[in-house]
Ligand binder design. Structure first.
Ligand SMILES: Cc1cc2nc3c(=O)[nH]c(=O)nc-3n(C[C@H](O)[C@H](O)[C@H](O)COP(=O)(O)OP(=O)(O)OC[C@H]3O[C@@H](n4cnc5c(N)ncnc54)[C@H](O)[C@@H]3O)c2cc1C
Ligand code: SF4
Ligand code: SF4
Length: 313
């Protein structure tokens, strides 16, 4: 994917800014448009275990988005030297998403919290792959691209933690909301979705709430044609929908994903219980609905791609 093709995809709204082609310099076709058809037919990965979890670390719970499971697992992996480095995401000045490599376990806490913004996480892979053993936290689109890149990478063991993802938002949304509600985007300390409302938490305690339906225009086409709610190409998938407040839903996809979750539990760093079948069914239903809706946008995207001479297989 050269600069020109990336520009076309960006203009069409089909680039999720995953950063993969910036790392590889030539990743063609783009993994966000060249999506495996089987993900539309069956978007649910083979799941080994389903759990409700929560961190036992009060410092993590203070800063985490939900139950702090992601930050706790990353910290555990670094502390026990199961990995040497972690690739995480921070927000810099002007709400710039900044991928960061973390080596000290406590530094995982500085990246806690969900950033509802398209982030070029994978641009940092070059630095990350200097280590032999790493953990990467990302959205399903990051992990889709990584699954392709990984095939050409030898000697690096990658543990993958994926977040559940319904959609994301353009940075412009925050600029426009900051003008409408008169706040400084550098004062945002947290963002999240509850009961169909998008909430922005500011450092003076104020909370801006906007109905999700009013923010539709800030969701790019790449999300509308994205079939995955539950990331497929990961060891562990973590979300929060249908979990009690400040808890997570966790799906272990690989055997070692399950082993790590069980080790975190037996070491006392996370609370864990089996997920109710009814919760699992509700998440699967939403996952299938997302893939069905994405299929409709996908047909439109394929036409757009062909008319712009963008190759998909
Ligand atoms: C755009 C987006 C959409 C989501 N949609 C859903 C949904 O529909 N349903 C659902 O159940 N859960 C969704 N989630 C996941 C949810 O918000 C939490 O991230 C998840 O429950 C983990 O919570 P935690 O407390 O364990 O995370 P924390 O311990 O707070 O850790 C969060 C981790 O996520 C990473 N991260 C944050 N933002 C991004 C990003 N933009 N790109 C890559 N990595 C990032 C950080 O590096 C950090 O390590 C979404 C998250 C994002 C970012
Ligand atoms: S989606 Fe990722 S790989 Fe595709 S053009 Fe955008 S940054 Fe490059
Ligand atoms: S919906 Fe898909 S493309 Fe959009 S941010 Fe989430 S994982 Fe990426």
């Amino acid at each position: 994917m050269n600069v020109e093709k990336r520009r076309i995809l960006t203009d069409l709204g089909l680039c999720s800014n995953c950063g993969a082609c910036i790392f590889t310099r030539d990743l063609s076709p783009c993994p966000q448009v060249n999506i495996d058809e089987k993900l539309y037919e069956n978007p649910i990965p083979n799941i080994d275990g389903s759990f409700i979890t929560r961190s036992r670390d009060t410092k993590i719970l203070e800063v985490a988005q939900d139950g702090g499971t992601v930050t706790t697992i990353v910290k555990f992996l670094l502390e026990h030297k199961i990995v040497d480095q972690a690739l995480l995401l921070k927000l810099g000045k002007n709400l710039t998403p900044v991928p960061v490599i973390v080596t000290r376990p406590d530094d995982a806490l500085t990246c806690a919290g969900s950033k509802y913004i398209y982030a070029p996480l994978l641009t940092k892979l070059g630095d990350l792959f200097k280590s032999k053993s790493v953990v990467i936290v990302g959205l399903p689109c990051h992990m889709r691209a990584l699954s392709i890149i990984e095939k050409g990478i030898k000697d690096v063991d990658i543990f993958k933690i994926g977040l559940l993802c319904s959609h994301n938002f353009k940075r412009e949304m925050y600029i426009e909301l900051s003008k409408k509600f008169n706040f400084n985007i550098d004062n945002i300390v947290k963002m999240g979705i509850k009961k169909n409302m998008f909430k922005i938490f500011l450092n003076d305690g104020k909370i801006i709430e906007v109905p999700l339906k009013d923010l539709e225009k800030y969701v790019l086409k790449c999300c509308k044609q994205c079939p995955e709610l539950i990331p497929n190409y990961v060891d562990i998938a973590v979300g929060s929908m249908f979990a009690p407040d400040k808890h997570n839903v966790v799906f272990t996809i690989s055997r070692r994903g399950r082993e790590i979750v069980e080790r975190c539990h037996s070491s006392g760093v996370i609370e864990l219980k089996d997920m109710d079948g009814s919760v699992r069914d509700k998440i699967f239903k939403i996952a299938r609905k997302k893939a069905d809706n994405a299929r409709k946008f996908r047909d439109e995207s394929v036409k757009l791609l062909r008319s712009n001479e963008i190759i998909i297989t």
